[in-house]
Design a protein around this ligand. Structure first.
Ligand code: W6P
Length: 393
């Protein structure tokens, strides 16, 4: 049973996206054998789909030691999960072995994000990276990290539901069927404030307002993964607070508060976070969601979050993936000289909150080989050195 044959086989299946509703129903019925039978196929399918894309990365990047390391983790995990492929009689011993295998895989992949980041830095420092390569890497990383979020979600659900220690909470795995949005907002604010105070000895206050348009006066709750929402909001608060303190000066006495609106509409719950931190120039805006862009010195490996209010790094692009994972979104709108509004959109209805997963197919394959479209607008001074405009007199 050779590896590339198995990869080819499993990558021909499309991943099956689940809705939050399905995760909940699955969790409530709590049938470990059914979950086992779903995952022993679905995890190899998801792994194979993204591993085929790893193989399409620019050779220079594939040769970087850190990228190699990550690739080897995927190969190892793929092989380990295939050990369960042909099991006919599923007994308790096998189910426990499956749980343990999943936990081992989860731990092995814990440092994928900083290790891939290191691989990209290794590439930068050893090779010139043109716009085309940068674009392909960005395209890949969005899909790669989204794939990882989905696979970890599956592993977390299975191990939390069936891995022994019954959790006493009302959570279904890592899903809170009554996730109180304002509580997560306050929690994320408090922890960002702690970092901000530590670093600047000052921090802006928080003001929260809630508009429940569907059930006026009732707290806004959704069926959601609170850890994903927390991750996203924490990142946005760190950025907002840093902007406010730096814009007004760390010695300023008081700062305009960071204002949050939580709104429940028919389709979405929207969280708007407004800061008066002086805003971002339009030319800087596009860099905020770029994996390759990072002016701050790189924090050490496995320590990516500890630097107080660290540079933009991977925080914002990853936060946007967390929002998009269940068909939400994250956008930023800035008024330069004044401040920035961040919007987080979440699906309000659990049947509509579906996983968004990358699929390996002709269209995705083409992204790794086709050149970027040539520039068909010009303006004075806007040309890039790599694509000089042809001048005709
Ligand atoms: C800024 C830059 C930024 C990024 C993300 C969220 C809020 C803010 N505010 O000035």
């Amino acid at each position: 049973r050779n590896l590339s044959r198995m990869l080819d086989h499993y990558s021909h299946f499309n991943p099956s996206p689940l809705s939050v509703k399905q995760f909940i129903d699955f969790g409530r019925s709590a049938n470990e054998v059914r979950s086992f039978e779903f995952l022993r196929k679905e995890i190899p399918v998801r792994l194979a789909n993204i591993m085929q894309e790893i193989n399409l990365l620019p050779q220079n990047l594939l040769r970087m030691p850190s990228v190699h390391l990550v690739h080897n983790w995927y190969v190892k995990s793929f092989k380990e999960i295939l050990e369960f492929e042909d099991i006919k009689s599923v007994d308790n011993r096998k189910l426990n072995e499956f749980c343990e295998a999943l936990i081992k895989i989860r731990n092995r992949h814990a440092d994928v994000v900083p290790t891939m980041a290191k691989g990209v830095i290794e590439l930068r420092e050893s090779h010139p990276v043109d716009q085309t390569i940068e674009h392909r890497i960005h395209y890949f990383l969005d899909r790669f990290y989204m794939s990882r979020i989905g696979i970890r979600m599956l592993i977390n659900q299975h191990t939390l539901l069936f891995g022994g220690q019954m959790n006493n909470t009302r959570h279904i795995g890592c899903i809170d069927p009554n996730c109180d949005v304002q509580s997560v907002v306050r929690d994320a604010y408090e922890n960002a404030k702690f970092l901000c105070d530590q670093y600047y000895l000052a921090s802006p206050d928080l003001e929260v307002k809630e508009h429940n348009n569907l059930e006026p006066g009732i707290p806004i709750q959704i069926v959601y993964v609170p850890s994903h929402l927390y991750h996203t909001l924490f990142e946005l608060f760190k950025n907002a607070m840093r902007a406010v303190v730096e814009h007004h000066g760390a010695a300023a006495r008081d700062y305009p508060p960071v204002q949050v609106l939580v709104i429940r509409g028919k389709e979405d719950v929207t969280i708007k976070i407004s800061d008066r931190g002086g805003g971002v120039t339009r030319s800087d805006m596009k860099n905020l969601f770029h994996y390759m862009y990072s002016t701050a010195p790189q924090p050490s490996l496995s320590d990516t979050d500890s630097a107080p209010l660290a540079g933009y790094g991977y925080g914002l692009p990853l936060s946007r993936l967390y929002a998009r994972y269940l068909l939400g979104d994250l956008t930023l709108t800035s008024c330069e000289g004044y401040g920035t509004d961040a919007y987080v959109f979440l699906k309000a209805i659990s049947e509509e909150a579906n996983e968004m997963l990358p699929v390996f197919n002709h269209s995705s394959t083409r992204q790794y080989s086709s050149p970027l479209p040539t520039r068909d607008w010009v303006s004075f001074g806007g040309g890039s050195a790599s694509s000089p405009a042809r001048v005709r007199h």
